[in-house]
Design a binder for this molecule. Structure first.
Ligand code: PMP
Length: 281
């Protein structure tokens, strides 16, 4: 059965979904996106994603493609029309369709497309054993705080990871870990989670924000500072966060076992807290 997707105001079967070759998303990657998890037919942490979308659009001086309530209704409709029990809703806004020129077109409407993807978020088999990751140079531009659809560098990093039998790559700049290709990066020492502070160098993850709140509520310390791959190799635990993985344990980095190759207590607890909250709805 094909999915029902959303294209500029219409819900259509995916085979019938069409966008213009002149869309600036296609020509320039001139667009932004969000990925919202769905658990038990409910959107998880939706407000945080809208807040970040608003910021991304403002930073790029891109117009909203619809009203804020319309965007929520569209998300909910996609869940219902696709009977999506668990997975994600991907949505992207681009600056719209115009003749190819670098400067922004006048009087062009933003484009909006969205689609669901079925995924196992709660009972993700990777979470039991943890995943392997590798490190790779960070090749991205200087505004990684904006969630743009310009993802070639992350694609290269992820492909390198897969070629090496790993699930993710942590990107490294000036000797320090920035973040994963599609996730934020953390190490643990004792009862303290260490992660890079928010800046233009990384994306402010919605899952990261939720993690901070839950850690505070449950007496887990967070230290925001830069760390090196070498420090990560020697950490007690390591993990990543993203909307589609929640909290994912990492048990190997660049072939070196973390925490004896076992999933540690802090990451286990944080994942449990996430799953409880997501399932509560
Ligand atoms: N950093 C990058 C580069 C990402 O692509 C993502 C996932 N979109 C994240 C961090 C995690 O953000 P979130 O928790 O909002 O999914």
């Amino acid at each position: 059965m094909s999915r029902i997707v959303y294209v500029n105001g219409s819900f259509v079967p995916e085979e019938d979904a069409k966008v213009s070759i002149f869309d600036r998303g296609f020509l320039f990657a001139d667009g932004v996106y969000e990925v919202t998890p769905v658990v038990n037919f409910k959107l998880v942490d939706y407000a945080a994603h809208v807040e970040r979308l608003t910021r991304s659009l403002n930073e790029l001086k891109m117009a909203w493609p619809c009203t804020v309530p319309e965007l929520r209704t569209m998300h909910e409709e996609l869940v219902v029309r696709n009977n999506l029990a668990e997975g994600i809703i991907y949505m992207q806004v681009t600056r719209g369709v115009a003749d190819r020129m670098f400067n922004f077109p006048k009087d062009t409407r933003s484009s909006l497309v969205a689609f669901p993807q079925v995924m196992k978020l709660v009972d993700n088999p990777n979470a039991r054993m943890g995943v392997k990751i590798v490190t790779t140079p960070d090749l991205r531009w200087a505004r990684r705080d904006i969630k743009t659809i310009m993802l070639l560098a992350p694609c290269l990093g992820k492909e390198e990871a897969y070629q090496k039998g790993a699930a993710e790559a942590w990107m490294v700049e000036d000797g320090k870990v920035t973040e994963g290709t599609s996730s934020n990066a953390y190490i643990v020492k004792g009862n303290t989670i260490i992660t890079r502070p928010i800046s233009n160098s990384i994306l402010n993850g919605c899952t990261r924000r939720a993690l901070f709140r839950m850690a505070k509520e449950h007496g887990v310390e967070i230290e925001e500072r830069l760390f090196t791959p070498e420090e990560a190799y020697a950490a007690d635990e390591a993990f990543l966060t993203s909307a589609s993985q929640f909290v994912m344990p990492i048990t190997e980095i660049d072939g070196k076992r973390i925490g004896g190759g076992q999933v540690g207590p802090v990451v286990r607890k944080m994942r449990e807290l996430f799953l409880e909250e997501a399932q509560r709805g």
